[in-house]
Ligand binder design. Sequence first.
Ligand code: AHR
Length: 611
Amino acid sequence: LLLDASKGSSRPIPDTLFGIFFEEINHAGAGGLWAELVSNRGFEAGGPNVPSNIDPWSIIGNETFLIVATDRSSLFDRNKIALQMEVLCDTQGSNICPSGGVGIYNPGFWGMNIEQGKSYKVVFYVRSTDAVNISVSLTSSDGLQSLASANVIASASDVSNWTKKELLLTAEGTNHTSRLQLTTAKKGVIWFDQVSAMPVDTYKRHGFRNELFQMLADIKPQFIRFPGGCFVEGEWLRNAFRWKETIGPWEERPGHFGDVWMYWTDDGLGYFEFLQLAEDLNALPIWVFNNGISHQDQVDTTSVLPFVQEALDGIEFARGNASSKWGSVRAVMGHPKPFNLKYVAVGNEDCGKKNYRGNYLKFYDAIKRTYPDIQIISNCDGSNGPLDHPADFYDFHVYTSANDLFSKAHKFDQTSRNGPKAFVSEYAVTGNDAGKGSLKAALAEAAFLVGLEKNSDVVQMASYAPLFVNTNDRRWNPDAIVFDSSQVYGTPSYWVQRFFVESSGATLLNATLKTNSSAQLIASAITWQSGDGKTYIRIKVVNFGNSSVNLSIDVAGLDPNSEQLTGPTKTELTSTNLMDENSFTEQKKVAPGNGTTLPDGEMDVVLKPYS
Ligand code: AHR
């Protein structure tokens, strides 16, 4: 491998090159990064009509003791369903309530992770026909072991008077599959609505589950594309993500059924929270909005203006000043300073659909007129020829086999350098080569990324997809980060990302491999200044072949007056079998070690097969 470290042959890599794509898929947000423990907290998931399904809420006690129903008496206009509980038993008389009382429980998202010593904020709205003592508790999944509990008095009030109750529960034990119970032993009628339980300890108290946030922070993403994907489009427009429905006080959000990935979300992780997440990660937000097109229906270009206005309002919400109409809403939510929104994508994978071009142009013109600096991303692939519409970026998605992705390391070698830049916003090896995240998939992706790095004069942003999977609801395989209520690990594809954390904003060196034609090798090299003031070189080589390779590395063009680097380190990602995966029990079976230090000046390395 010949490296030329002289200034003349090097070129800067865009600051934005490697980032992440967050989609609400696989319960990535609801039941994932968003730390809310209660699933279907407003009882809205069963739809607006009554009687409705309260799943996953369940009843404690049988119909001798209580009748649970839904009605439309909520305090909140955009989510009218409330839960009504008629308690037939009492502490005395002929129908004595069972010990522990009767009521309802919520199992969260396949169990709540409750940890000893940690505090949980429980909030709910209640009204009642009689003064009643309600026990609020976090218990084991069978309700038998109490981890934390407190009593709340709901006073006898006018039945139309809702009261907000807030309490802090500190757990006296640990249980990863707990549930939240609301029980009573007093006869009467009680209504509940908007029941939330949040761990107090979330990232900066912003509501993000700490260890999942950390997995993202560790790959130093330069941007975050959100909130989808197909989630943005919807199977039908009526179920698409609409940002205005996801902002403001959490109690007032209607929530919606994501009909592509087929689950309900209360939209606790809404547009504001996505922008906050980007800021907390020090990443640029890239907002993908619906352009009037879903999988099954689309708005004609002549009627798309309301969608255009919605997008303009969304931009104003993110970056308008605090006295603007939508900027003021953001300020009330606690963020008077504008967010750093500079990129928007007009739809997702909609190019070629009947109204895409027409709709796109309406968005493009209106946004450029009001916000000339905003970079606009088209869904149409411009890698093989010019687009027929103006754009700053074009979106490129690839899900394929390992061999194919390996060869696609050269996909952008011949792409025109004039015109819009490429945003590879979704890529992954899928299918048999990938399983639930194999070494084989990761190596092909590593090769692809090396290719993108080498082509980063035209490819300016890239992100793996999907990012997260809650192992209880796999809608897509594979994914970068796997979790359940209490555990998390990265797939080999996640660990590949870690090799690229210094690349964005670094300098690309000319790296030439001299090999025989059968070798399945690809390499790149970067140089960057670290926080310690020193300049480092990182060489990444993927050996996608089944034999080991003796690689000697020559670095030319170093400044002869500079102090020579000592002690190069070699960090390797490989495993015994090509299809090896990580799991909760073997979280780092396929993960890079800490690296081994090579003798001073030693630049010959052995590349293991498939490494
Ligand atoms: O990443 C999963 C899905 O793949 C995305 O929602 C969509 O954009 C693509 O088809």
